[in-house]
Design a protein around this ligand. Sequence first.
Ligand code: WTA
Length: 637
Amino acid sequence: MSYPYQITSYEGYQEAWKKSVEDPEGFWGEVASHFQWKKPWDRVLDWNFKEPSVQWFKGAQLNITENCIDRHLADKANQPAIIWEPNDPNDHHRMLTYAQLHTKVNQFANVLKNNGVKKGDRVCIYMGMIPELAIAVLGCARIGAIHSVIFGGFSAQSIADRLQDANAEFIITCDGAFRGAKDIPLKNVIDDALISCKFVKRVIVYTHTRSAVSMIKGRDVWWEDEVRKVETAGNPDCPAETMDAEDPLFILYTSGSTGKPKGVVHTCGGYMVYTNYTFVNVFQYKPQEIHFCTADIGWITGHSYIVYGPLSAGATSLMFEGIPTFPDAGRFWDIIDKFKVNILYTAPTAIRSLMAFGLGPLQNKDLSSLRVLGTVGEPINEEAWLWYDEHIGKRKCPIVDTWWQTETGGVLISNLAGITPSKPSYATLPMPGVQPLLVDEKGVEITDNNVTGNLCIKSPWPATLRTTYGDHERCRTNYFATYENLYFTGDGAYRDENGFYRITGRVDDVLNVSGHRIGTAEVENAINMHAGVVESAVVGYPHDVKGQGIYAFVIYSGTHGDEDMTRRDITATVSRIIGPIAKPDKIQLVSGLPKTRSGKIMRRILRKIAENELDNIGDTSTLLDPAVVEEIKRGKV
Ligand code: WTA
């Protein structure tokens, strides 16, 4: 397959962008015509940001798995769809061709049906990075069930919250997951979550780590047994459910500035077209190439650029179970060498952590197969960008700095590999169909260049989030109400003299820790649940490897002889309530927090302290008790 909509020159990009803005319906209608639809659309786009209501390809019918699998069987049946590299390099890797993936997804779709899962049901998936995770996701999509994948670093409590929010009655998990030297007992975590979720009817458990699990009669079944039943029945094929373009495909929970994560909803048609279009254009994918996205499928990057984007494009997607530093810091380079990877898509935090090991781990690793490098998840600092360029790309591989969000479904701002210019630490130019703009605090558009502002988007792209599950009003107030008729990203950006965008980071109370989004309010809620904690305030601070670290100021009234012990207890509580990914890096016990007379915590001051800008705290005269600032400064950890 070649891609008629692949942009091949800078002029081509400019033309495509212009057309997409002048005639979005004509532009996206043309792109969408290259997919497999069961019924064509009545209208390409219908929208208003007021409600908001965004509908792409209304009236069209399709099944995304036919586009990701079936349509490739004619010419790619024996091409690997998924290559899987295990955590332990001594274990065997696996390859699933498109034909094999087809069989497995069909079988598993039938397993879901046999277990009572129906179109529209929410299915929670909590698994490690194994091919069965992709099979589970696609199996849901095959029958029109809405998947909600939860990253393995979330706790039982977080899972329970998400199960309740989505009213998910079905769970797919495995006994455990390997991550580096750790063996994470996923099924045990699910069992803890289910204590408060009696509505869950079925848990399907895949055997991976062979750790002991308890299987509850009537509720829990083994994946392997269920597949065998389907095999014995003799007809593994499962017809792809007919879905409306605007039927939900999945829910993915993400953190915002309020305490409760939001279930971002993406739909079948627009999300498919947009993830495919951006995959093909940003990475300039060429048929047969091996694409290695190091993200976890528990995050949007894995959904869009391990599963749906690459597979809908008939690509070979490499999935890695482990972590970049296990068994040593040369692991990524071993994998690239072993499979002759062509595209590496990773996060700045991974690059920075590998940089710290020096060039030793790169010795004798053949990286010459690499053609394109990508980064995502947080602003990439210039030093990391240059290291990536020099030592990994050997100055021959374009680097795409892709800016986007769970809510945007796919990349919104990025250079196109080798086609449009790159600039270190700049995401550069918008994708066709995307109209970014900067506004000031009052929402007035800033039209000059060489300015900083709040980043908004003027009109919908096909993978715009459609709603937040079960609470549309929340979607409106979070994204579409800050500035009238605009989608507000929550990010700040700088625009240079050429109109290139550099994302400067979140302007709301959301942290970006190792590329993971974490709301400060969520961490505060978790800390406040610890006995003895009176109040807390959480801010981010610059962290060499993680990008941002979590700094918690805590008023603690419990009896504590040993402050270290108290800090450890608080950390354990956060781990229990949210998950290990949200553990504070620093906890400072304080007797008070800087508050205004109306009782509002002055985070600006705490941020300065956390950033170690002790002489640059600014005006404290409006504080109820300015002395508390001096005390906090003295006690800085
Ligand atoms: C940040 C991840 C700078 C940004 C795909 C955004 C970035 C948040 C970049 C979304 C980038 C993502 N440069 N910042 N290239 N990519 N971000 O929802 O703050 O996990 O709002 O989606 O990550 O994180 P999320």
